[in-house]
Ligand binder design. Structure first.
Ligand SMILES: O=C(O)CCC(=O)C(=O)O
Ligand SMILES: [Fe+2]
Length: 290
C-alpha cells in the first residue's frame, strides 16, 4: 500500500478511534478525551524527513491513520505565500471568530476561508472570505490562488498516484460542492475560492495547542495540515496512536482528524504559519447522495 519510499510507522493497535455520533460540543470533546486518554502523553517522534505512513494493522487490513508527503512545495513558494498572508493581515480583515471558536482549539484566532455546510441545508461561504472590503478580498484571493497552485494541486497529484481511493472521494466531494448553483455562481466571480484539496482553509499563526477532534470533518477523509515559517517544535501530536509527527515547510500531512484526537506540540521558537484544509462531513454525505 502507498509509497515504496515511505517510512512506514506501524502503530501497535488497535487504536482507540474516537467516533462519537451527532453534534458534539468542542469543550465536551476535550473533557471526554482527557477522561479516556488519561496521562497517555509519552509520544515517539516520527522521522523529520521523508514520507511517512502511519497505519494500524487490523487482521490483514492496514488502516491508514495519517500520511505525510515531503518536498511538495519549495522554500521560495512558501515565502510568496507567507508574504501574501502578511499582506492580508496588514490590511486588518475581520476574522469573525465566534466566542465558541475562541474557547476551542487554539489561543490564536484562525482566518477561515472557504465553504461550510455544518447544520444548514446548503453549503455557504465563510464570513471571513465574504464580508470584507474589495481590497481585502483581492488580497485574500491572491493568497488562495498561490495556495492552490503551489500546495493543493501538487498534493492532489501525489494523492492520486499513491492513494487513488482517497483522491477519488476528495475529488468527487469537491466537484459536487463546486457545482451547487449558489457556489458555482460565486466561483464565476471569484475563481480563487475553488480549491482542489479542501472545502475550507484555516490559516493562523501558532498552532492548535488544545487537544481536540475536528468535529465537522468526515471520518473517512483526511484533513491536510501544513506549516510555513522558521520555527522549531509544532509537531502534530496524535496521543491515541503514540506518535507525534513533525510537519516542516515543504511537507503536507494528511490525518484522520475526526477520529484521532490531536493537538500541536509547543512551538519552541520562531514563527509558525499554520494551515489546515478541512472538508465538511455534511458536504461529503450530500455529495454521496445520502
Ligand atoms: O496547526 C496544526 O498543526 C493543527 C491544526 C489543527 O488541528 C486544526 O486547525 O484543527
Ligand atoms: Fe484539528
Amino acid at each position: 500500500m502507498g509509497f515504496d519510499n515511505h517510512n512506514k510507522v506501524s502503530v501497535t493497535g488497535p487504536v482507540d478511534l474516537f467516533r462519537p455520533g451527532g453534534p458534539i460540543h468542542p469543550i465536551r470533546v476535550a473533557k471526554l478525551l482527557d477522561e479516556t486518554l488519561g496521562s497517555v502523553r509519552e509520544l515517539k517522534t516520527a522521522p523529520v524527513d521523508g514520507n511517512i505512513l502511519l497505519y494500524q494493522q487490523i487482521g490483514d487490513e492496514q488502516e491508514v491513520l495519517a500520511v505525510r508527503f515531503s518536498d511538495v512545495y519549495s522554500a521560495s513558494q512558501a515565502a510568496e505565500i507567507t508574504a501574501a498572508y502578511d499582506d492580508l493581515i496588514a490590511a486588518k480583515p475581520n476574522f469573525y471568530t465566534s466566542s465558541a471558536q475562541k474557547r476551542n482549539r487554539s489561543s490564536t484566532p484562525a482566518f477561515y476561508a472557504g465553504f461550510w455546510q455544518r447544520f444548514t441545508s446548503k453549503p455557504f461561504l465563510s464570513r471571513a472570505a465574504d464580508k470584507q472590503s474589495p481590497e481585502i478580498l483581492a488580497k485574500l484571493d491572491h493568497l488562495l490562488l498561490l495556495l492552490d497552485k503551489y500546495v493543493a494541486q501538487k498534493t492532489l497529484g501525489i494523492l492520486k498516484q499513491h492513494y487513488p481511493a482517497l483522491w477519488q472521494k476528495q475529488k468527487d466531494t469537491l466537484e459536487w460542492l463546486h457545482q451547487q448553483p449558489k457556489i458555482a455562481k460565486l466561483l464565476e466571480a471569484r475563481p480563487a475560492l475553488r480549491n482542489s484539496l479542501w472545502a475550507c482553509l484555516a490559516v493562523k499563526m501558532g498552532g492548535s495547542e488544545r487537544l481536540h477532534i475536528d468535529s465537522s470533518d468526515p471520518a473517512e477523509l483526511m484533513t491536510a495540515i501544513f506549516a510555513m515559517g522558521d520555527f522549531e517544535g509544532g509537531e502534530l501530536e496524535l496521543p491515541t496512536t503514540g506518535y507525534r509527527i513533525p510537519v516542516q515547510p515543504g511537507q503536507v500531512l494528511f490525518a484522520k482528524t475526526r477520529i484521532l484526537p490531536h493537538n500541536t506540540a509547543p512551538i519552541l521558537s520562531g514563527t509558525r504559519y499554520a494551515f489546515t484544509g478541512f472538508t465538511d462531513s455534511i458536504i461529503v454525505d450530500q455529495a454521496k447522495g445520502l
